[in-house]
Design a protein around this ligand. Structure first.
Ligand code: ARG
Length: 456
């Protein structure tokens, strides 16, 4: 039976019905819908709007319905949406008493409540997974605290750093994601129930009581806003997009690091695939997918922004379109964070290949210029002199590390034997002691801060 059957003479067109129904996807929030209804029912009872015996019966039956869905004893089909499904089921089990549940409530404030509960659950799960990822990054960074590798700018070797420094950089990105989700949760965790269809209700309800039962921090201040606000969903999708963006970036590193030209990492068999035609191949499919999945979550955010942008107050059916982007982002984040954390724990780093990459190129040229600057040569002049040394090396097939002191002295008489040590990668790394640098003690401090932040 339709929830609105009283006013209608003809049945809904069957194709229009398929188009209108949200049950095929909003069944995913059956648990939130039932939890919300139980709290609403208890509140109605507390406020004397329904009898205690009625409330008990409703609550008990709602719990049974939830258990039956969980146990797959009850198929969630045959209604317009999850709200009507649960209510129809309730009425079919206990008759007229069940019809009292919807007192002082509209599906508009009900759905707004359910989706907030869903987003809140997702945030709690995602932040837990992000913590596990950051912990794995910190563990692996700590183990690679002395593994030299080149830092790149413009994808060209720039200066020596360590793999630990690199991994800790990503840990910082994911830490910001945790902060963002945590902040977003504050605006998610506000109860809209009691807003009614648009302008609240004449029943003497106690919204704060319902909020307390459901773990909300407060209630929405304005009923028109309460039913039509989806800012929290947009914020959540924006947080989700940034997390996916960060996953995409680190996986881009892993894709090219695993390629023969770099060979910085060896992909674990458990996380790579072969080719159907080329027997030699070991492909970074998991990393590529992690990079690619960001596209769908950005799409979810764009969809949600676009759905909302032209909507007048208050509820409009367009807002039913909020579900699938949220469910999709939740599902994508969940599996992506899980698989990447497992992959990261198993990936093998090739320290030798990274060390060799530091030696090649001129990633210690800055050290040479800094050396002269420390001897009183203005930095711009030191930069110019070093540029000439690099050119000399290129033309004579030498490196900064193979030049003799005599050769250095031909470019500047400020050079002394200290320069031979100064252009070594270890020296360059050991010198970067300022906050944020790659020197061992400083990096140890950074990793400690990362660990403290996830434990908070
Ligand atoms: N399935 C609907 C949604 O997700 C529930 C709210 C329906 N309200 C209404 N006035 N038609 O938005």
């Amino acid at each position: 039976m339709k929830l609105w059957s009283g006013r209608f003479k003809a049945d809904f067109d069957e194709v229009a019905e398929l188009f209108n129904d949200s049950l095929p996807f909003d069944c995913a929030m059956y648990a939130q819908d039932i939890t919300g209804s139980i709290a609403h029912c208890k509140m109605l009872c507390k406020c004397g709007i329904i009898e205690k015996t009625e409330a008990d019966k409703i609550v008990k039956t709602l719990e049974a319905i939830k258990a039956d869905i969980e146990a797959e004893k009850l198929e969630v089909v045959g209604a317009e949406d999850i709200h009507s499904f649960v209510e129809n089921e309730l009425v079919s089990r206990i008759g007229d008493v069940g019809k009292k549940l919807h007192t002082a409530r509209s599906r508009n404030d009900q759905v707004a409540t359910d989706i907030r509960l869903y987003v809140r659950d997702s945030i709690d799960n995602v932040t837990k997974l992000l913590r596990a990822l950051v912990k794995t990054l910190a563990d692996r960074a700590e183990a690679e605290i002395s593994t030299a590798m080149p830092a790149y700018t413009h994808m060209q070797k720039a200066q020596p750093t360590t793999l630990g420094h690199y991994l800790a950089a990503y840990a910082n990105m994911f830490l910001r994601d945790i902060e963002r989700f945590t902040d977003c949760r504050k605006r998610v965790n506000i109860l809209p129930l009691g807003s009614g269809a648009a302008v609240s209700t004449t029943f003497p309800i106690d919204r704060n009581y319902t909020a307390k039962l459901l773990g909300f921090d407060s209630v929405t201040e304005n009923s028109l806003d309460g039913v039509s606000d989806r800012d929290f969903a947009i914020e959540y999708l924006s947080c989700a997009s940034l997390t996916m963006l960060h996953l995409s970036r680190i996986n881009e590193e892993f894709v090219y690091w695993s390629g023969g030209e770099f060979s910085f990492i060896k992909l674990p068999d458990e996380f790579s695939t072969g080719s159907s035609i080329m027997p030699q191949k070991k492909n970074p499919d998991v990393n590529e997918l992690l990079r690619g999945k960001s596209g769908r979550v950005f799409g979810d955010l764009t969809a949600m922004l676009t759905v909302m942008k032209g909507l007048p107050l208050a509820y409009n059916k367009d807002m039913q379109e909020d579900k699938e982007p949220i469910f999709d982002a939740d599902k994508t984040l969940n599996i992506s964070l899980k698989v990447f954390t497992r992959m990261l724990a198993a990936v093998e780093f090739d320290r030798g290949a990274m060390a060799a990459a530091v030696e090649g190129g001129f990633s210690c040229a800055t050290e040479c210029a800094d050396y002269l600057a420390n001897k009183g040569v203005p930095f711009r002049t030191a930069h110019e002199v070093t540029g000439k040394i690099v050119l000399y090396c290129i033309e004579n097939k030498k490196t900064l590390q193979t030049l003799t002191l005599k050769e250095f002295k031909e470019f500047s008489d400020k050079f002394d034997k200290g320069i031979l040590d100064a252009v070594k990668a270890e020296t360059a790394i050991a010198g970067r002691k300022v906050i944020g640098g790659c020197e061992k003690n400083e990096l140890t401090r950074q990793i400690k801060v990362i660990r403290e932040k996830i434990e908070k």
